[in-house]
Design a protein around this ligand. Sequence first.
Ligand SMILES: NC(=O)c1ccc[n+]([C@@H]2O[C@H](COP(=O)([O-])OP(=O)(O)OC[C@H]3O[C@@H](n4cnc5c(N)ncnc54)[C@H](OP(=O)(O)O)[C@@H]3O)[C@@H](O)[C@H]2O)c1
Length: 222
Amino acid sequence: MAKQNKNLTIVGAGKLGIVLAQLALKAGYTVYVSGSGSPDKIRLSVEVLAPGAHALTLADATKRSDIIVLALPLGKYQSVPKDMLAGKLVVDAMNYWWEVDGDRDDLRNPETSTSELVQSYFDTSRVVKALSHMGYHHLLDETRPVGAPNRKAIAIAGDNAADNQVVAQLINDLGFDPLHIGQLSAGRWLEPGHEAFGANVDSDTLASYLHDLPPSYAAAVT
Ligand SMILES: NC(=O)c1ccc[n+]([C@@H]2O[C@H](COP(=O)([O-])OP(=O)(O)OC[C@H]3O[C@@H](n4cnc5c(N)ncnc54)[C@H](OP(=O)(O)O)[C@@H]3O)[C@@H](O)[C@H]2O)c1
């Protein structure tokens, strides 16, 4: 895969955000992390858990990278001002989890993936769903170099082939095999309630978990 710019901004300094920061640092990325408020609130945990990552305000963090990973509770996606992500490639790693997000009809429409909602809101960004189905502890423990036996896979759903490729490179850098599963709407099959949610398996096994993808999507799984 071609080399790409190695700056990464992560919005959300919780369990997922910190592990992604750790993996990205290990892969040689410059990492910017923002929480929900002042960077002072997250600075200590970022410094201790992901030394070398930069705790910044949302405005500063989002300016510093072309790739922004959303690792905050899905129910709060609209608290991120969409103008701050204008023109960016946004990796939607979020899931609807009712215990955290509350009982939200808007987030559980079975006809629409939550990433399509995120894309509708961030309408001047390009959203790709990825890094959403594997638990943070597995992400931390299962990272492996390219070609290692039983390397685990992470699915990617997105509408733009070039953006999907950039996210594939990021996933590869973090230590996982990327598995393209089709357009952003295919991200529904990665959400809670589907077999791929929680998957910590290799690429062939992950593809087999997507057996219920409609034929129009299934052809895109690579
Ligand atoms: N945990 C996992 O294993 C895992 C794996 C894959 C995907 N995910 C998804 O990743 C997302 C985060 O999960 P998590 O387990 O990491 O949650 P978490 O530990 O509760 O952390 C969420 C973080 O998001 C921050 N946040 C909230 N609103 C924000 C805003 N407007 N701007 C910036 N940061 C904001 C929170 O900061 P404050 O405390 O200051 O509000 C907190 O640091 C969820 O959508 C989840 O479904 C989680």
